[in-house]
Design a protein around this ligand. Structure first.
Ligand SMILES: O=P(O)(O)OC[C@H]1O[C@@H](O)[C@H](O)[C@@H](O)[C@@H]1O
Length: 293
């Protein structure tokens, strides 16, 4: 198995996600993999830990569904994909229904997550979910890549691409608002689901002069989350001060759940790259660029 496969194997064999994150970080430290782009990729790979697929019909399931808390397996003979020809480093994780889970969510499905690394350190996540029910029933789910970005100082971070959009505020019972700020910056707890977002979002880390570019497909919404100090302290698996150095931005499908009939398949994709902070925000929206002439 290649190195990526080995890291992913370590990630999926243990249940406590953020704990494993620390484990893998230390493993990588020992391996002296200091090339910054690679470390970036690894950090992003750790974000897989937060992948959540909410498979849910009615009744109460665990927060954000059960798929993220299950042990996924590695497909040792993954199908080739034309878009991954230049990215030989990829691994496919698969999850399928179990008899146990069918007691709480009575559907058959196949989930496949392809994790691919580009030659310059880009991380590409592609998910496919197929309804394999044999009883003719459709099912519905929500989806998000719960991606934690490492930032130098959260108070110096700006997110671009979400200005003026409507959002659901999870801190206000999911009430709908319109973003009024010219620039999205952070000075307190935030937990928002931006709706109908553009396909590109940028997270600018001023202090490090680095911008993360997030590109997505099939995932119309974007969650932005930082617990800030008080909530961080109340979370057992989150360091008291870690909120200063993280921002969670998630390509997601939250407002309108996805429904699949038997035999249907859904595909979603998130790609992340790091670019120097000379990055021009207008690259986010080609239309905006055109309109400004
Ligand atoms: O601790 P968890 O379950 O991984 O969730 C962390 C956060 O994840 C974000 O995706 C949610 O919007 C927040 O509401 C949540 O608090």
């Amino acid at each position: 198995m290649n190195q990526l496969g080995e890291i992913v194997r370590k990630i999926i064999v243990k249940p406590n996600l953020r704990y494993i994150c620390m484990e893998v970080k230390s493993l990588l430290g020992r391996m002296h993999m200091v090339k910054s782009s690679f470390l970036l990729v690894v950090r992003l790979l750790l974000d897989l830990l937060g992948l959540f697929v909410e498979l849910k019909s009615t009744g109460s399931l665990e927060q954000y569904g059960f798929a993220r808390n299950r042990i996924w397996s590695i497909d040792l003979d993954p199908p080739p994909s034309p878009s991954d020809i230049s990215h030989k480093a990829y691994v496919d994780l698969i999850l399928t229904h179990s008899e146990e889970d069918m007691k709480i969510w009575p559907h058959r499905y196949d989930c496949r997550l392809r994790v691919a690394l580009g030659p310059t350190g880009d991380l590409m996540l592609t998910s496919r979910i197929r309804n394999t029910n044999t009883d003719g029933k459709s099912f519905t789910f929500r989806f998000a890549y719960q991606t934690y970005f490492f930032v130098t100082d959260i108070s110096e971070v700006r997110v671009e691409g979400l200005e003026t959009l409507d959002y659901l505020d999870n801190l206000k019972n999911g009430e709908r608002f319109t973003e009024q700020e010219d620039a999205i910056t952070f000075e307190s707890e935030v937990d928002k689901v931006y709706l109908s977002t553009p396909t590109k979002i940028a997270i600018l880390d001023h202090e490090r002069k680095r911008t993360f570019e997030l590109r997505k497909d099939g995932l119309p919404d974007a969650v932005v989350w930082n617990p800030w100090d008080k909530k961080a302290k109340s979370m057992a698996d989150f360091g008291d001060n870690e909120y200063m150095h993280m921002l969670c931005v998630e390509a997601a499908c939250v407002e309108e759940p996805i429904t699949l009939k038997p035999g249907e398949e859904w595909k979603g994709r998130q790609e992340i790259s790091a670019v120097p902070s000379s990055y021009c925000s207008e690259q986010l929206d080609p239309l905006r660029l055109l309109l400004r002439g």
